[in-house]
Design a protein. Structure first.
Length: 329
């Protein structure tokens, strides 16, 4: 039994934050942002809405396109670092919004690698034969944890979400084929949101010191991302007897165009084999891969039988790559 993707959806908010807008907020400029990151603009969700709003919209797109009833969903997995609140899970809030009456679900936090972890987890529920419809969602409302006075981070991130539906197939040639997932917690100090958890609960001090905002040592994360993503991707291809030319599309985490280009070069991929939409949305953390996957599908960039490689690196450190064969026309 294989887990195949039978639907893909995404959602981004209307409001755009351009490089020109950011020039008014911090000491930066369009030339620096474009040349160092590849980002032109990002989307920002309204203040009174949380991550579950975007996650539910992405999932609803799949239901609308397939005609599937929300009652048929067995499991909802939401990969995110920015749930609406600490308790309950974003998955529970998505369940309510979709009115999915017969499911259970949970959140999964693996930073930018969250969607790949969630896709691998969801595929196991299907392959075990226990569940038939698993909604895997990835998304983040990064604007809720950004310090718009810190040019090191506020130019990079944006808001957005994507989703895929996993179902079983008897066709062994399709679906999730293999994955390599890794974690190295010694990287935790290079990319984190220090406060708001049990170690530093909210206090006057944590708010004043902006400890509820994301911190990143960009250079260290950059180096580890290139090495980590390239290493697991190469290993995954090798153990499946594949070369770069056998891959129709690499759908990488959209953190920095220079990271994407370096990884693609190490794998020997041509530009037309790489899905890039970072210019439009920036880094939506757990949202980048399902958002790019849904766009690639709807733009008819991949068809049934195409080999797709996804790869990401993020907070933890976490990283991983997953190989799948696209099952939709
Ligand atoms: O998705 C989770 C994983 N995250 C990532 O993969 C992100 C990885 N890191 C990166 O993408 C890059 O490191 C950044 C885009 C964050 C930064 O690019 P960089 O080329 O590594 O720049 P840097 O941090 O080394 O900074 C170079 C210079 C510094 O100035 P000095 O010290 O050389 O005078 C920075 O202060 O650029 C300066 N700088 C900026 N200048 C204009 C930093 N941010 C900005 C900015 N505008 N927004």
């Amino acid at each position: 039994m294989r887990a195949i993707i039978t639907g893909a959806g995404h959602f981004v908010p209307e409001q755009r934050l351009t490089n020109a807008d950011l020039e008014q907020m911090v000491d930066t400029d369009d030339e620096w942002i474009m040349s160092r990151t590849g980002i032109r603009e990002r989307r920002i969700l309204e203040k009174n809405k949380g991550l579950s709003y975007m996650a539910a919209k992405a999932a609803q797109m799949i239901l609308d396109e397939s005609g599937l009833s929300a009652d048929e969903i067995d499991v909802i997995i939401v990969a995110t670092s920015t749930p609406d609140m600490m308790i309950p899970s974003a998955a529970a809030l998505v369940q309510e919004k979709l009115n999915a009456a017969n499911c259970w679900g949970f959140d999964l936090n693996a930073g930018c690698t969250g969607f790949i972890y969630a896709l691998a987890t969801g595929s196991q529920f299907i392959e075990a034969g226990k569940y038939r419809k698993v909604m895997v969602i990835g998304g983040d409302k990064m604007s809720s944890i950004l310090n718009y006075g810190d040019r090191n981070t506020c130019v990079i991130f944006g808001d957005g979400a994507g989703a895929v539906l996993l179902e079983p197939s008897e066709d062994e040639t399709l679906g999730i084929r293999d994955f390599i997932l890794r974690m190295d917690g010694s990287g935790h100090s290079y990319l984190n949101v220090p406060a708001g958890g049990s170690l530093f609960p909210a206090s006057y001090e944590t708010v004043e010191k902006k400890m509820h905002c994301i911190f990143q040592d960009g250079k260290t994360v950059f180096k580890n991302a290139v090495t980590g993503m390239a290493e697991v991707s190469a290993k995954l291809l090798e153990r499946n007897n594949l070369r770069g030319k056998d891959i129709k599309l690499l759908i990488p985490h959209q953190a920095n165009i220079r990271i994407i280009d370096s990884v693609a070069k190490k794998l020997g991929l041509e530009p037309e084999q790489i899905m890039v939409n970072i210019q439009n949305y920036g880094n939506t953390t757990a949202g980048t891969i399902p958002l790019a996957m849904s766009e690639a599908y709807h733009k008819k960039m991949m068809f049934r039988g195409d080999r797709i490689l996804v790869s990401a690196f993020g907070a933890g450190f976490t990283w991983g790559s997953l190989l799948l064969v696209w099952a939709m026309d």
